[in-house]
Design a protein around this ligand. Structure first.
Ligand SMILES: Nc1nc2c(c(=O)[nH]1)N[C@H]1C(S)=C(S)[C@@H](COP(=O)(O)O)O[C@H]1N2
Ligand SMILES: [Mo]
Length: 406
């Protein structure tokens, strides 16, 4: 379109073609250009797109892996009706949760390095050039806030400190969707820059080179991983300096999540009149001596806590499926397991039919060759393969047959 129409007013082409989204906004007063907003506030050449894109690639991979394993953890803890969780491999949840926590911890140095690299852009002048620019910056703000929130709440969870009043798993889950959504949006917006930047191989001749910086970030990732992964990988447990729990420390060589005293079950669990009730078409109750007189089985299974530690124990006890059969449960039935614990988030759990019929699923009376310690769930606790620790109910009082084709 010609800028000068015959007989008309002269209209600059650019203004006509600019949408309200990209129209320049008035510049802020220059007096605000101080501190990091100064023109020459950032001097390092490593604040460039080529470095940012390379770290972004690692960070994106770590976040994606953390997100997928996080979904697995979420759906295993609260299985939706459409999902059948298999009971094998026995170490499935252990591996997935180990990766979740390790990749989550690895994002700490990566996120810091990425924020440092792009810091000049965070302090860009003018702060907003147009409405579109403001929207783009807002999306980055959401991305950074969501990512930091996930990393911080995850780490605080690993050290078992819950300084907030919200229910951690739900909030951590929903904010993960916000984080992954804004990451995908960010990658889409930046795609042309990323492609160009990853193709660039120029190196600076002096000072800290890009390769040197990336190697330092890689070393930081390796270090935080090595000093924490020991909480789930036994050979590295002596190095688990930063991990709050080592898999071999605790009564009977296993960590404890919630003690009998904390759960308020010490007296109930030691009561000689204890009986395990099984409710179903043919309900019954068994004392400890009767439980010990039933066929006993020994299994080697891990406890995997969502908080990041895991450890294997040798468990001995009665098969859940034998107890359910005796109560008249039909084939393929599931069960609810209820603790003596009077209150608490994990006082009961549902065992789906895949786990209930698995021969490895026990109501354990012994751990590592000794009667269960009170803190590990005496007199009887549930232990099943490929199952989050929160569902391995301790101090079991009652089992309820739920469903099944009778
Ligand atoms: N009744 C009851 N069972 C419970 C819990 C609980 O708080 N109450 N905590 C669970 C959690 S979070 C974990 S990780 C495992 C840990 O088992 P352990 O303490 O024997 O290692 O027990 C599970 N069983
Ligand atoms: Mo746990």
């Amino acid at each position: 379109m010609p800028a000068d129409r015959p007989g008309g007013r002269a209209v600059p082409t650019v203004t006509l073609m600019r949408s309200p989204l990209t129209r320049p906004l008035p510049a802020p007063p220059d007096g605000l250009r101080r501190g990091p907003l100064r023109e020459d506030a950032f001097s390092s050449r490593l604040h460039d797109a080529a470095t940012a894109a390379r770290i972004g690639r690692w960070l994106g991979t770590a976040f994606a892996t953390c997100f997928v394993t996080g979904l697995i953890s979420h759906y295993l803890q609260q299985p939706p009706s459409w999902l059948t969780v298999p009971s094998r491999p026995v170490w499935g949840y252990r591996l997935s949760q180990g990766i979740h926590v390790a990749t989550g911890i690895a994002t700490v140095p990566l996120l810091l390095a990425k924020l440092w690299t792009v810091s000049p852009r965070l302090w860009a002048w003018p702060p907003v050039r147009s409405v579109l620019h403001a929207l783009e910056r807002l999306s980055v703000l959401v991305l950074v806030a969501a990512a930091l929130f996930e990393v911080v709440t995850g780490l605080v969870n690993v050290v078992q400190w819950y300084p907030w009043s919200f229910y951690f798993p739900r909030v951590h889950y929903y904010v993960a969707w916000v984080a992954i959504g804004s990451i995908l949006l960010h990658i889409a917006v930046k795609a042309p820059v990323i492609v160009e930047a990853l193709g660039r191989r120029d190196e600076q001749p002096d000072g800290l080179t890009r390769r040197g910086f990336l190697a330092a970030v890689g070393a930081a990732v390796a270090t935080v991983t090595v000093v924490t992964v020991g909480q789930t990988l036994r050979p590295l447990s002596p190095l688990a300096l930063l991990a709050p729990r080592r898999p071999d420390i605790g009564p009977q060589g296993l960590p404890v999540n919630r003690t009998a005293a904390a759960a308020g079950v010490t007296a109930l669990a030691a009561d000689p009149a204890y009986r395990l009730r099984v409710d179903g078409p043919r309900p019954y109750a068994l004392g400890l001596a009767e439980l010990r007189a039933l066929p006993q089985h020994e299994v080697e299974l891990p406890i995997t806590c969502v908080e990041g530690w895991s450890a294997t124990g040798r468990w001995r006890g009665v098969r859940l499926r034998d107890l359910l059969d005796r109560a008249g449960a039909g084939p393929g039935g599931s069960a609810r397991v209820v603790s003596l614990e009077p209150a608490g988030l994990y006082r009961e759990s549902v065992v789906d039919s895949a786990h209930a019929t698995d021969e490895l699923t026990l109501l354990a009376l012994e751990l590592n060759g000794e009667p269960l310690a009170p803190d590990h769930g005496s007199p009887v606790r549930l232990i099943a393969p490929n199952r989050p620790g929160v569902l391995q109910t301790k101090w079991v009082a009652r089992i309820e047959v739920l469903a099944g084709a009778a």
